[in-house]
Design a protein around this ligand. Structure first.
Ligand SMILES: NC(=O)c1ccc[n+]([C@@H]2O[C@H](COP(=O)([O-])OP(=O)(O)OC[C@H]3O[C@@H](n4cnc5c(N)ncnc54)[C@H](O)[C@@H]3O)[C@@H](O)[C@H]2O)c1
Length: 352
């Protein structure tokens, strides 16, 4: 087996704590990657790198450029808010690093496209951790749809509704940025839709708003209609300021209406339904798939395997730029109240 690759993690507070405590120790235990250094502007956040990654204080930096200058690394892990992703990518590429980044690629389509071109020009590899698409329940549904056993997929319905209307209940920065639901939440569901439909998006029509009782500055509720390039239709409901969390993170609702059956995933319970409910309906509870790891631990492992010569994982940059296009086309749709052609939106920005 090849020796462990070396990484620098930028952002060790917030979600970075999860990376330090749950994702990266597994990579170390598998012998696949080890920490070279950690970076965060908050000394408190750097304690996570010391505690969980066992990095000495002199390998924990507040100065990102210094961390990369002093510590040779194979890849960078980006876990800072989206508005700062590009500056980390710039430093990482200048030091020859590959990049494993938190979602979304960046906080605007222009920045996503700049990152896309910079990574391509540098000849480096980049993947984006779309955690929820790679969760056990969504993967189980995807595999069930794609088994072909229930015929063609006609349409999808999805819901992720939450109650975090009060400031800081969903981390501070999300209450201050424009379009927090779409940028920070729905981006996951857009990628789930792409994977369940096995297609990129053709058009999107998004209605977003901010109710009077919300403490978000930007829109935190949405109803969205998407048509995919392969003809699959999708209806999505997302909310952060509801009075209940009917289908919160990791317990979201997805329904795949297939030619031969309704496949329903609700709070991690997967059912196949055919016929009229309560009247001779066929209802089968399907166990979720099993494998050693899901979400970020699985994605981090696949990324390292990719760097070591395995096939590109499905969350690679080339694929994820389509997710970014759907995200920012949806934001454009919400702002203009028009249906947006996602592929035209992407082509226009990627070549600019
Ligand atoms: N995949 C998921 O399920 C998931 C969940 C939560 C967050 N995220 C993503 O993780 C990223 C970070 O979000 P978060 O919730 O941890 O944010 P956060 O604000 O809670 O924490 C970000 C950390 O980055 C540090 N930081 C901020 N700017 C920095 C800079 N320029 N240089 C160095 N350190 C800096 C902060 O001090 C803090 O410790 C975002 O891209 C977010 O979308 C993903």
């Amino acid at each position: 087996m090849s020796s462990p690759l070396r990484y620098i993690i930028v952002g060790t507070g917030g979600f970075g704590r999860y990376w330090c405590s749950q994702v990266l120790p597994r990579l170390r235990d598998l012998g696949k990657a080890a920490a070279a250094a950690a970076v965060d502007i908050s000394p408190d956040a750097l304690k996570n790198a010391q505690t969980f990654l066992k990095l000495p204080p002199d390998k924990c930096y507040s100065d990102m450029a210094k961390a990369f200058d002093e510590n040779p690394a194979d890849f960078a892990i980006v876990v800072v808010p989206p508005a700062h992703h590009e500056s980390v990518v710039d430093v990482a590429l200048a030091h020859g690093c590959h990049i494993l980044s938190e979602k979304p690629i960046a906080d605007s389509m222009e920045a996503c496209c700049r990152i896309y071109h910079k990574v391509k020009r540098a000849g480096r590899k980049m993947a984006v951790t779309m955690s929820h698409r790679f969760d056990q329940d969504k993967q189980s549904l995807q595999r069930l749809i794609q088994s072909g056993k229930y015929g063609r997929l006609d349409y999808l319905v999805g819901r992720n509704t939450w109650m975090c209307r009060k400031y800081a209940a969903w981390g501070n920065f999300r209450y201050q940025i424009p379009d927090p639901l779409l940028i920070e939440g729905t981006v996951h569901h857009f990628d789930i839709i792409r994977s369940l439909a096995d297609s990129d998006a053709k058009t999107v029509h998004a209605l977003t708003w901010n109710p009077a009782w919300s403490e978000f500055k930007g829109d935190c509720q949405a109803l969205i209609l998407i048509e995919m390039l392969n003809g699959v239709k999708c209806l999505y409901e997302g909310a952060k300021a509801n009075a209940s969390a009917l289908n919160g993170w990791t317990e979201d609702y997805w329904r795949a209406e297939c030619e031969g059956a309704t496949l329903e995933l609700d709070q991690r319970r997967l059912r196949v339904i055919a016929g009229r409910l309560n009247q001779q309906a066929m209802i089968e509870q399907v166990p979720l798939q099993q494998q050693p790891a899901w979400m970020n631990p699985w994605l981090a492992e696949r990324f390292v395997d990719w760097l070591n010569g395995a096939d590109a994982p499905p969350n690679n940059l080339e694929d994820n730029i389509q997710c970014a296009a759907l995200l920012f086309a949806a934001i454009e749709s919400a702002h203009t109240k028009q249906i947006v052609d996602v592929q035209e939106f992407l082509a226009g920005r990627l070549k600019a």
